[in-house]
Write a protein of this length. Structure first.
Length: 323
């Protein structure tokens, strides 16, 4: 089969190599899956760089989120077990962790439903307790993680403010349903948020960026607001001033979604049921901006790493059946 492999750590475009290899052999409790579509995530770039929280043995195939077909013909969503990731014609996953792909979504959309939307659901509902009528601010609102949070926020009845970088991404954020869109390259984010909220600030802030975005969040979070720390796509990990949190009565909550796989996997199944229902209602629909063939996976991962994309890019092998 064809599979992308990383033999040394570095930038995705430099270290990912397409090769002909033997299909992987599933271990105990695992299944072999035919990849129908693989979603590109920022962690794929971190894996290539050797900067992710797990470091698979070299060589490995990246690709942490797929829509695939089981040997008995079921269409499923899975997180492949590295080193046999999703940027290949076949991948391996734990049988117990397979989730049914929603009928309302095509293969590329289904592949993009899992990590970003589960992260958004857990972050907004379980960690931040977002309520209807509250104001939600989403950093990087046009990106893969941010776009999911925007849709989930709107589905929950929140007023959503999206912060983006550039006019093209601002247009995407508006199409996603943001009530207010702020272009950080052309506007003062802090002043714009205060104006949009009448000086009150945002009740919940969803931050997958870190760095300057977090500094802005601390200045615009409302009384008894919640800042959800999701990741650090900027490459800068902030050091919060805890005295500031005390003075303004706000909470800083972390979200590492992957921990639920081991700490409370039943919650992941419950979340998937909620997401499937929202997809059936048309309340959420993953923004797949591009569908590219397997041969373009390295370029796609690099563009995601460089922050040049909107929504999600799906890699579709020729043997896949994405529609």
């Amino acid at each position: 089969m064809q599979a992308w492999q990383v033999h040394e750590n570095g930038e995705p475009s430099e270290v990912m190599r397409l090769a002909q290899v033997e299909p992987p052999t599933p271990g105990d409790g695992q299944v072999l899956l035919k990849v129908r579509a693989a979603n590109v995530n920022f962690p794929d770039a971190l894996l290539c760089r050797g900067q992710y929280q797990i470091t698979p043995p070299l060589p490995f195939t990246p690709g942490v989120e797929i829509c695939a077909e089981t040997e008995d013909g079921r269409r499923v969503i899975a997180n492949p077990v590295l080193p046999h990731g999703g940027f290949a014609e076949y991948a391996v996953a734990d049988a117990a962790a397979l989730l049914p792909a929603p009928e309302a979504l095509d293969d590329a959309e289904a592949a993009a439903l899992h990590i970003g939307y589960q992260t958004g659901w857990f972050g907004l509902h379980r960690r931040a307790g977002l309520q209807a009528g509250e104001t939600l601010l989403v950093h990087a609102a046009a990106g893969g993680v941010g776009s999911a949070a925007v849709q989930l926020g709107k589905a929950a009845g929140a007023t959503v403010i999206g912060v983006v970088g550039g006019a093209d991404k601002a247009a995407v954020a508006r199409e996603l349903g943001c009530d207010v869109v702020i272009d950080r390259r052309a506007e003062d984010v802090i002043a714009a948020v205060k104006e949009a909220t009448g000086g009150r600030g945002a009740d919940v802030i969803y931050d997958p960026v870190g760095g300057q975005a977090y500094a802005q969040s601390a200045k615009v979070v409302a009384f008894e607001g919640r800042i959800v720390v999701v990741g650090f796509a900027s490459g800068q990990i902030p050091s919060p001033a805890l005295n500031h949190a005390l003075v303004k009565n706000y909470s800083i909550v972390g979200l590492h979604w992957g921990l639920y796989n081991t700490k409370n996997p039943k919650l992941i199944q419950h979340c998937h049921e909620q997401l499937t229902e929202l997809a059936a209602q048309g309340a959420i629909k993953p923004l797949v901006s591009e569908r590219v063939p397997l041969g373009e996976a390295a370029d796609a991962v690099q563009r995601v790493a460089d922050g040049l994309t909107t929504g999600r890019i799906a890699v579709v092998p020729e043997n896949g059946a994405a529609v």
